[in-house]
Design a protein around this ligand. Structure first.
Ligand SMILES: [Zn+2]
Ligand SMILES: [Zn+2]
Length: 312
């Protein structure tokens, strides 16, 4: 069972921290400050029961505008050709060997292997081959890209010439296409990813303005039997979590999406309370999936559906 720990920096009230189910280490091409060993050490320090290293497998090349090219970090410059950034493949052997080393170093911590597939519905053959080779405990599916001109751009770049509402609607439509077009994943990552880059001078993101689009994605995800990730980079709006429950969503995971050890389990204490209020609770497994608490209303004890989200 998980031990009761207080998240550093939180109020004195004890919160049982769930697993961090979405973390990057040095094996992710964009995690320049990543460290698997440092993240494990931090997990033990703060009393996290489990951590999943879901490294990037990005197959979509991004066209970069000239003004962005100048901002590409030195380590990435070699990946840019003719204004197109091609993310490198995941070094699977190196990653798996490092994971084994960390499992030996930190026997009390549950360390899950994982991968975050970018637009796997566009790259089904490569995604499937990687999954077969990796045998991952946890597979996240993500949309990070959108069509732009003759190529593709990272979502953050789309705000430069498109209104925010349009960027989010396109993103949610692409996410729906992912769920319909690709099945070999466990968890949908960051359903609200574009909100991270929402322009400060635009009207604030209000999920109600996109309720139909969010609910459409949530309904497809629930019907496909997948889990919804509660990503804390931008805290997921409680309304979206409530809609997930209403649309028959069964399971959630918690995700810091940390790219360096210091950000591990960021914001989890508050997010746990939001998830509990939305009717989700810790299950019997320590793999990080929370299930629906039966019934509704406050004060319900964990009559959590069993059998959801068991992992190896
Ligand atoms: Zn992502
Ligand atoms: Zn990520």
């Amino acid at each position: 069972m998980m031990s009761s720990m207080t998240e550093p920096g939180s109020e004195s009230e004890n919160v049982v921290l769930p697993a961090d189910s979405h973390v990057h280490s040095q094996w992710s091409w964009d995690a320049l400050a990543g460290s698997m060993e440092g993240t494990c050490r931090r997990a033990v320090e703060i009393g996290l029961p489990a951590v999943a290293f879901t490294e990037h497998a990005d197959f979509t090349p991004w066209s970069l505008r000239s003004e962005l090219l100048a901002l590409v970090p030195g380590d990435w410059q070699a990946r840019v050709n003719d204004g197109v950034l091609t993310p490198p493949p995941l070094d699977l052997d190196g990653y798996l060997a490092c994971l084994e080393r960390c499992r030996e170093l930190f026997p009390g911590l549950r360390i899950l292997s994982g991968v975050e597939l970018g637009e796997p519905h566009w790259h089904a053959a490569r995604s499937t081959a990687l999954l077969r080779a990796g045998g991952f405990d946890r597979v996240l599916a993500s949309v990070h890209s959108a069509s732009a001109g003759a190529g593709f751009a990272e979502i953050s770049d789309r705000f430069r010439d498109r209104d925010p509402a349009g960027v989010l609607r396109d993103y949610l439509a692409e996410t729906a296409a992912l769920i319909i077009g690709f099945d070999a994943f466990d968890v949908l990552a960051h359903i609200d990813y574009p909100v991270r880059y929402w322009p400060a001078n635009a009207p604030a993101h209000d999920p109600d303005d996109f309720q139909d689009e969010y609910r459409h994605v949530l309904r497809l995800l629930a019907a496909a039997g997948k889990a919804l990730e509660v990503n804390t980079r931008v805290p997921l709006h409680p309304k979206i979590l409530a809609w997930w429950r209403e649309e028959d969503g069964q399971a959630i995971t918690f995700a810091s999406d940390a790219h360096d050890p210091a950000r591990l389990a960021d914001g989890f204490a508050e997010t746990v309370r939001v998830a509990q209020a939305a009717g989700f609770g810790a299950g019997h497994n320590s793999g990080g999936f929370w299930g629906r608490v039966l019934g509704s209303g406050a004060g319900l004890k964990a009559s959590v559906l069993l059998g959801i989200g068991d992992v190896r």
